[in-house]
Design a protein around this ligand. Structure first.
Ligand code: GDP
Length: 192
């Protein structure tokens, strides 16, 4: 499926580089500082393209970042580029900590922004190895993202992972499942 792009987005330090390394063996780390805006980087794999979007720094927020995201999202909409599947990587541990301090994690805004942009992202909740009471924590995270718990009913969208413990099999499966779905949906459609 060469005509599909899978883009990865998340806050700086969410573990996006670690996830891309685990999933595809990509070495995306180039000694950059978190939050520094880079252009999206594309990696052509055998069957699709992976786009690594820069990590969003918490200081600048989502506003300054929208142009970078729009480039990927609008590119698809205007048929400049192929269909894209979005994967949002969240640091589950820090998400919960921010929430405990009564702040709204930036990840919530990002998730809403993707939905508003008609991207139905896969949400990979990373660093599960650092989270006690995973079930209750995941229920809390999905409800803060605006979905009704239990999190298990969102299995086609939300997937707990730990890049550090090489536990990304479920995410890998979900990506290929979604890609298959996109392929079936577009089968037989005219090209223009
Ligand atoms: P990025 O900025 O989103 O690309 O984040 P990195 O992949 O560079 O990871 C940021 C930090 O989180 C690094 O210190 C990683 O070792 C750590 N990290 C990434 N994934 C995990 C995980 O699943 N569990 C734990 N405990 N740490 C992780």
């Amino acid at each position: 499926m060469k005509d599909v792009e899978v883009f990865f987005v998340g806050r700086a330090n969410a573990g996006k580089s670690a996830v891309l390394k685990e999933l595809f063996g990509l070495k995306t780390r180039v000694g950059r500082r978190p939050g520094v805006t880079r252009a999206p980087v594309r990696y052509q794999l055998d069957s699709f393209t992976v786009i690594d979007l820069p990590g969003i720094g918490f200081r600048r927020g989502l506003n300054g970042y929208r142009r970078v995201l729009r480039d990927v999202i609008d590119g698809e909409r205007h048929k400049l580029r192929p269909l894209s599947l979005g994967v949002q990587v969240i640091d589950g541990k820090s998400f919960l900590e921010i929430t405990e301090r009564h702040f709204k994690p930036l990840d919530v805004d990002l998730f809403e922004y993707l939905l508003d942009s008609e991207i139905d992202p896969i949400v990979a909740i990373n660093k599960m190895d650092k989270i006690e009471e995973p079930e209750a924590s995941l229920d809390k995270i999905v409800s803060l993202l605006g979905m009704l718990p239990p999190y298990k009913q969102w299995a086609d969208r939300v997937v707990p992972i730990s890049a550090k413990q090489h536990d990304v099999a479920q995410l890998r499966w979900l990506i290929s499942h979604r890609l298959q779905g996109m392929k079936n949906k577009n089968r037989g459609k005219p090209l223009v």
